[in-house]
Write a protein that binds this ligand. Structure first.
Ligand SMILES: [Zn+2]
Length: 311
Protein backbone atom coordinates (compact mmCIF):
# COMPACT_ATOMS: atom_id res chain seq x y z
CA UNK A 1 0.00 0.00 0.00
CA UNK A 2 1.55 3.29 -1.02
CA UNK A 3 1.11 6.71 0.49
CA UNK A 4 -1.05 7.76 -2.44
CA UNK A 5 -3.27 4.70 -2.70
CA UNK A 6 -6.93 5.33 -2.10
CA UNK A 7 -8.86 3.07 0.21
CA UNK A 8 -10.87 1.22 -2.45
CA UNK A 9 -10.97 -1.82 -0.21
CA UNK A 10 -12.75 0.15 2.51
CA UNK A 11 -16.04 -0.57 0.69
CA UNK A 12 -15.47 -4.31 0.47
CA UNK A 13 -17.26 -6.88 2.53
CA UNK A 14 -17.27 -10.61 2.13
CA UNK A 15 -20.25 -12.93 2.35
CA UNK A 16 -18.87 -15.83 4.37
CA UNK A 17 -21.36 -18.71 4.63
CA UNK A 18 -19.64 -20.03 7.75
CA UNK A 19 -20.16 -16.68 9.52
CA UNK A 20 -23.73 -16.47 8.23
CA UNK A 21 -24.89 -20.00 8.96
CA UNK A 22 -24.18 -19.99 12.70
CA UNK A 23 -26.51 -22.23 14.78
CA UNK A 24 -29.31 -19.73 15.67
CA UNK A 25 -29.45 -18.49 12.06
CA UNK A 26 -29.42 -22.02 10.66
CA UNK A 27 -32.29 -23.05 12.93
CA UNK A 28 -34.21 -19.90 11.98
CA UNK A 29 -33.67 -20.57 8.25
CA UNK A 30 -34.78 -24.18 8.61
CA UNK A 31 -37.96 -23.06 10.32
CA UNK A 32 -38.93 -20.36 7.82
CA UNK A 33 -37.92 -22.45 4.77
CA UNK A 34 -40.05 -25.26 6.17
CA UNK A 35 -43.18 -23.36 5.18
CA UNK A 36 -44.94 -24.76 2.10
CA UNK A 37 -46.03 -21.37 0.95
CA UNK A 38 -45.61 -17.74 1.91
CA UNK A 39 -43.11 -14.94 1.61
CA UNK A 40 -39.56 -14.77 2.91
CA UNK A 41 -37.89 -11.37 2.55
CA UNK A 42 -34.14 -10.89 2.29
CA UNK A 43 -33.39 -7.30 3.13
CA UNK A 44 -30.13 -5.48 2.40
CA UNK A 45 -28.97 -1.93 1.57
CA UNK A 46 -28.31 -1.10 -2.11
CA UNK A 47 -24.55 -1.78 -2.04
CA UNK A 48 -24.93 -5.40 -0.90
CA UNK A 49 -25.04 -8.02 -3.67
CA UNK A 50 -28.43 -9.63 -3.03
CA UNK A 51 -28.02 -12.14 -5.83
CA UNK A 52 -25.11 -13.79 -4.06
CA UNK A 53 -27.16 -14.21 -0.87
CA UNK A 54 -30.21 -15.46 -2.80
CA UNK A 55 -28.02 -18.03 -4.58
CA UNK A 56 -26.79 -19.23 -1.25
CA UNK A 57 -30.37 -19.48 0.07
CA UNK A 58 -31.47 -21.35 -3.06
CA UNK A 59 -28.83 -23.98 -2.33
CA UNK A 60 -29.80 -24.00 1.30
CA UNK A 61 -33.45 -24.60 0.48
CA UNK A 62 -32.54 -27.53 -1.80
CA UNK A 63 -30.21 -29.10 0.74
CA UNK A 64 -32.55 -28.46 3.62
CA UNK A 65 -35.08 -31.20 3.04
CA UNK A 66 -37.51 -30.23 5.77
CA UNK A 67 -40.84 -28.67 5.28
CA UNK A 68 -44.10 -28.58 7.16
CA UNK A 69 -47.70 -27.87 6.51
CA UNK A 70 -48.20 -24.22 7.26
CA UNK A 71 -49.04 -24.07 10.92
CA UNK A 72 -48.08 -22.17 14.03
CA UNK A 73 -46.38 -25.25 15.37
CA UNK A 74 -42.64 -25.38 14.83
CA UNK A 75 -42.39 -29.04 15.83
CA UNK A 76 -44.61 -30.22 13.03
CA UNK A 77 -41.93 -31.18 10.49
CA UNK A 78 -41.96 -33.73 7.71
CA UNK A 79 -39.05 -34.86 5.61
CA UNK A 80 -39.07 -34.73 1.83
CA UNK A 81 -36.77 -36.03 -0.85
CA UNK A 82 -34.48 -33.30 -2.12
CA UNK A 83 -35.75 -33.39 -5.69
CA UNK A 84 -39.30 -32.69 -4.58
CA UNK A 85 -38.35 -29.10 -3.91
CA UNK A 86 -37.97 -27.12 -7.10
CA UNK A 87 -36.40 -23.74 -7.63
CA UNK A 88 -38.03 -21.57 -10.27
CA UNK A 89 -38.23 -17.98 -11.33
CA UNK A 90 -41.56 -16.22 -10.96
CA UNK A 91 -41.81 -15.89 -14.75
CA UNK A 92 -41.61 -19.69 -15.15
CA UNK A 93 -44.24 -20.24 -12.48
CA UNK A 94 -46.66 -17.75 -13.98
CA UNK A 95 -46.12 -19.04 -17.53
CA UNK A 96 -46.81 -22.56 -16.34
CA UNK A 97 -49.89 -21.47 -14.44
CA UNK A 98 -51.22 -19.66 -17.50
CA UNK A 99 -50.63 -22.73 -19.67
CA UNK A 100 -52.32 -25.00 -17.17
CA UNK A 101 -55.34 -22.77 -16.70
CA UNK A 102 -56.24 -20.73 -19.78
CA UNK A 103 -58.35 -18.23 -17.87
CA UNK A 104 -55.70 -17.68 -15.18
CA UNK A 105 -55.57 -13.96 -14.46
CA UNK A 106 -52.84 -12.00 -12.80
CA UNK A 107 -54.61 -9.09 -11.21
CA UNK A 108 -52.88 -5.74 -11.08
CA UNK A 109 -54.41 -4.91 -7.77
CA UNK A 110 -53.95 -7.37 -4.96
CA UNK A 111 -57.33 -7.98 -3.41
CA UNK A 112 -58.12 -9.16 0.07
CA UNK A 113 -59.67 -12.34 -1.18
CA UNK A 114 -57.18 -14.47 -3.08
CA UNK A 115 -58.58 -17.32 -5.13
CA UNK A 116 -56.41 -20.12 -3.82
CA UNK A 117 -58.27 -22.73 -5.88
CA UNK A 118 -57.27 -21.41 -9.27
CA UNK A 119 -53.87 -23.10 -9.40
CA UNK A 120 -53.69 -26.84 -8.80
CA UNK A 121 -51.70 -27.95 -5.75
CA UNK A 122 -48.30 -29.33 -6.61
CA UNK A 123 -45.02 -30.19 -4.94
CA UNK A 124 -43.61 -27.37 -2.88
CA UNK A 125 -41.83 -24.85 -5.01
CA UNK A 126 -39.51 -22.05 -4.08
CA UNK A 127 -39.70 -18.94 -6.22
CA UNK A 128 -36.85 -16.43 -6.09
CA UNK A 129 -37.25 -12.74 -6.93
CA UNK A 130 -34.10 -10.62 -7.00
CA UNK A 131 -35.73 -7.43 -5.89
CA UNK A 132 -39.27 -6.76 -4.78
CA UNK A 133 -40.83 -3.53 -6.03
CA UNK A 134 -44.16 -1.90 -6.79
CA UNK A 135 -44.29 -3.58 -10.22
CA UNK A 136 -43.81 -7.20 -9.17
CA UNK A 137 -45.44 -7.13 -5.72
CA UNK A 138 -48.87 -8.34 -6.84
CA UNK A 139 -47.40 -11.32 -8.75
CA UNK A 140 -45.18 -12.14 -5.81
CA UNK A 141 -48.10 -12.10 -3.36
CA UNK A 142 -50.27 -14.09 -5.74
CA UNK A 143 -47.60 -16.81 -5.94
CA UNK A 144 -46.92 -16.75 -2.19
CA UNK A 145 -50.55 -17.53 -1.32
CA UNK A 146 -50.86 -20.11 -4.12
CA UNK A 147 -48.71 -22.97 -2.88
CA UNK A 148 -45.33 -21.32 -3.47
CA UNK A 149 -42.66 -20.24 -1.09
CA UNK A 150 -41.47 -16.90 -2.47
CA UNK A 151 -38.02 -15.66 -1.46
CA UNK A 152 -37.66 -12.01 -2.41
CA UNK A 153 -34.88 -9.47 -2.05
CA UNK A 154 -35.92 -6.06 -0.74
CA UNK A 155 -33.83 -2.90 -0.37
CA UNK A 156 -33.89 -1.76 3.24
CA UNK A 157 -31.44 -1.25 6.11
CA UNK A 158 -32.85 -4.04 8.28
CA UNK A 159 -35.80 -6.36 8.93
CA UNK A 160 -38.06 -3.73 10.45
CA UNK A 161 -37.57 -1.05 7.77
CA UNK A 162 -38.10 -3.94 5.27
CA UNK A 163 -41.31 -4.98 7.03
CA UNK A 164 -42.57 -1.40 6.85
CA UNK A 165 -41.72 -1.20 3.12
CA UNK A 166 -43.43 -4.55 2.52
CA UNK A 167 -46.60 -3.32 4.24
CA UNK A 168 -46.54 -0.23 2.00
CA UNK A 169 -46.05 -2.35 -1.17
CA UNK A 170 -48.80 -4.81 -0.23
CA UNK A 171 -51.20 -2.07 0.93
CA UNK A 172 -52.96 -4.57 3.19
CA UNK A 173 -51.81 -5.47 6.68
CA UNK A 174 -54.05 -8.53 6.48
CA UNK A 175 -52.22 -9.86 3.41
CA UNK A 176 -48.79 -8.82 4.75
CA UNK A 177 -49.38 -10.62 8.04
CA UNK A 178 -50.85 -13.71 6.38
CA UNK A 179 -48.14 -14.18 3.73
CA UNK A 180 -44.95 -13.26 5.55
CA UNK A 181 -42.97 -16.12 7.14
CA UNK A 182 -39.82 -14.22 8.08
CA UNK A 183 -37.23 -11.64 7.14
CA UNK A 184 -33.48 -12.11 6.84
CA UNK A 185 -31.92 -8.68 7.44
CA UNK A 186 -28.39 -7.89 6.26
CA UNK A 187 -26.22 -4.84 6.74
CA UNK A 188 -22.53 -4.07 7.25
CA UNK A 189 -20.33 -2.30 9.75
CA UNK A 190 -16.86 -0.86 9.06
CA UNK A 191 -13.97 -3.13 10.07
CA UNK A 192 -11.40 -1.36 12.24
CA UNK A 193 -7.97 -1.26 10.58
CA UNK A 194 -5.93 -3.89 12.47
CA UNK A 195 -2.72 -1.91 11.86
CA UNK A 196 -3.76 1.12 13.92
CA UNK A 197 -6.37 -0.18 16.39
CA UNK A 198 -6.37 1.61 19.76
CA UNK A 199 -8.66 1.66 22.80
CA UNK A 200 -10.46 4.89 23.61
CA UNK A 201 -12.84 5.89 26.38
CA UNK A 202 -16.23 7.31 25.39
CA UNK A 203 -18.61 9.29 27.52
CA UNK A 204 -22.16 8.24 26.73
CA UNK A 205 -24.92 10.86 26.54
CA UNK A 206 -28.53 10.03 27.37
CA UNK A 207 -29.49 9.54 23.74
CA UNK A 208 -26.53 7.24 23.10
CA UNK A 209 -27.35 5.23 26.22
CA UNK A 210 -30.96 4.91 25.11
CA UNK A 211 -30.10 3.95 21.53
CA UNK A 212 -27.63 1.23 22.36
CA UNK A 213 -29.58 0.07 25.40
CA UNK A 214 -26.70 0.55 27.83
CA UNK A 215 -26.80 2.80 30.86
CA UNK A 216 -23.08 2.98 31.49
CA UNK A 217 -21.73 6.54 31.61
CA UNK A 218 -18.34 5.62 30.23
CA UNK A 219 -17.40 2.95 27.81
CA UNK A 220 -14.07 1.70 26.48
CA UNK A 221 -14.11 0.71 22.83
CA UNK A 222 -11.79 0.33 19.89
CA UNK A 223 -11.15 2.71 16.99
CA UNK A 224 -8.66 2.90 14.15
CA UNK A 225 -6.29 5.81 14.81
CA UNK A 226 -5.51 6.11 11.09
CA UNK A 227 -2.39 4.94 9.28
CA UNK A 228 -1.03 4.48 5.77
CA UNK A 229 -2.54 0.99 5.53
CA UNK A 230 -6.07 2.41 5.86
CA UNK A 231 -5.36 5.73 4.11
CA UNK A 232 -5.92 7.37 7.50
CA UNK A 233 -9.61 6.37 7.62
CA UNK A 234 -9.23 3.96 10.55
CA UNK A 235 -11.25 1.34 8.64
CA UNK A 236 -10.30 -1.56 6.36
CA UNK A 237 -13.31 -3.10 4.62
CA UNK A 238 -16.72 -3.99 5.93
CA UNK A 239 -18.14 -6.85 7.98
CA UNK A 240 -21.49 -8.32 6.98
CA UNK A 241 -23.95 -8.62 9.87
CA UNK A 242 -27.35 -10.30 9.85
CA UNK A 243 -30.57 -10.86 11.81
CA UNK A 244 -33.59 -13.11 11.45
CA UNK A 245 -37.13 -11.95 12.15
CA UNK A 246 -39.60 -14.81 12.49
CA UNK A 247 -43.29 -13.98 12.13
CA UNK A 248 -44.85 -15.59 15.18
CA UNK A 249 -48.62 -15.66 15.67
CA UNK A 250 -48.19 -12.92 18.22
CA UNK A 251 -46.34 -10.67 15.73
CA UNK A 252 -48.90 -11.42 13.00
CA UNK A 253 -51.65 -10.28 15.32
CA UNK A 254 -49.73 -7.12 16.19
CA UNK A 255 -49.27 -6.33 12.48
CA UNK A 256 -53.02 -6.80 12.01
CA UNK A 257 -53.64 -4.37 14.84
CA UNK A 258 -51.46 -1.81 12.97
CA UNK A 259 -48.64 -1.80 15.48
CA UNK A 260 -45.69 0.40 14.51
CA UNK A 261 -42.30 -1.13 13.56
CA UNK A 262 -40.63 0.23 16.68
CA UNK A 263 -43.03 -1.67 18.90
CA UNK A 264 -42.96 -4.81 16.76
CA UNK A 265 -39.19 -4.72 17.19
CA UNK A 266 -39.54 -4.60 20.98
CA UNK A 267 -41.85 -7.60 20.94
CA UNK A 268 -39.57 -9.56 18.61
CA UNK A 269 -36.66 -8.86 20.96
CA UNK A 270 -38.74 -10.05 23.92
CA UNK A 271 -39.40 -13.23 21.93
CA UNK A 272 -35.65 -13.78 21.66
CA UNK A 273 -34.70 -12.17 18.36
CA UNK A 274 -31.02 -11.28 18.02
CA UNK A 275 -30.90 -8.03 16.03
CA UNK A 276 -28.41 -6.29 13.73
CA UNK A 277 -27.74 -3.95 16.64
CA UNK A 278 -26.83 -6.93 18.85
CA UNK A 279 -24.46 -8.14 16.12
CA UNK A 280 -22.83 -4.69 15.77
CA UNK A 281 -22.53 -4.43 19.53
CA UNK A 282 -20.82 -7.84 19.79
CA UNK A 283 -18.34 -6.82 17.07
CA UNK A 284 -17.58 -3.59 18.91
CA UNK A 285 -16.89 -5.48 22.12
CA UNK A 286 -14.63 -7.85 20.17
CA UNK A 287 -12.65 -4.86 18.85
CA UNK A 288 -13.72 -5.41 15.24
CA UNK A 289 -15.88 -2.32 14.80
CA UNK A 290 -16.37 1.07 16.43
CA UNK A 291 -19.01 2.49 18.75
CA UNK A 292 -19.75 4.98 15.97
CA UNK A 293 -20.75 2.09 13.71
CA UNK A 294 -22.92 0.63 16.50
CA UNK A 295 -24.72 3.98 16.75
CA UNK A 296 -25.20 4.12 12.98
CA UNK A 297 -26.65 0.59 13.04
CA UNK A 298 -29.03 1.62 15.84
CA UNK A 299 -30.19 4.65 13.86
CA UNK A 300 -30.66 2.82 10.57
CA UNK A 301 -32.26 -0.39 11.77
CA UNK A 302 -34.50 0.70 14.63
CA UNK A 303 -37.34 2.67 13.03
CA UNK A 304 -38.41 5.48 15.30
CA UNK A 305 -35.75 4.37 17.77
CA UNK A 306 -35.43 7.81 19.27
CA UNK A 307 -39.17 8.10 19.94
CA UNK A 308 -40.39 7.46 23.49
CA UNK A 309 -41.04 3.74 23.75
CA UNK A 310 -44.71 3.62 24.66
CA UNK A 311 -47.09 1.05 23.21
ZN1 LIG B 1 -4.96 1.97 9.85
Amino acid sequence: MTWFSNSDDSELYAFEPERFLVPPMEEFLRRIFAARWGMILVSAPEYIDLEQILDFLANFSIQSSYYSEFSASKEDFYQLEKDERKIRTIEEVLREAKEAIPDFQITDQVSHTIRIDNIPPRNPEVVFINELNNENISNAIEASVNHRLVVAGIRAEGSFPALQLFREYVKSDHLAAASLMGIIGLNTVGRICPECRIIVEHELGNLEQFMIGSYREKLCSYVGAGCEACSFTGYRGQILIHEGLELTENLRNKILSKMKPRHLRMIAKQEGMSTLLDAAWALSEAGETTLEEVMRTAEETDPGGTEPASI
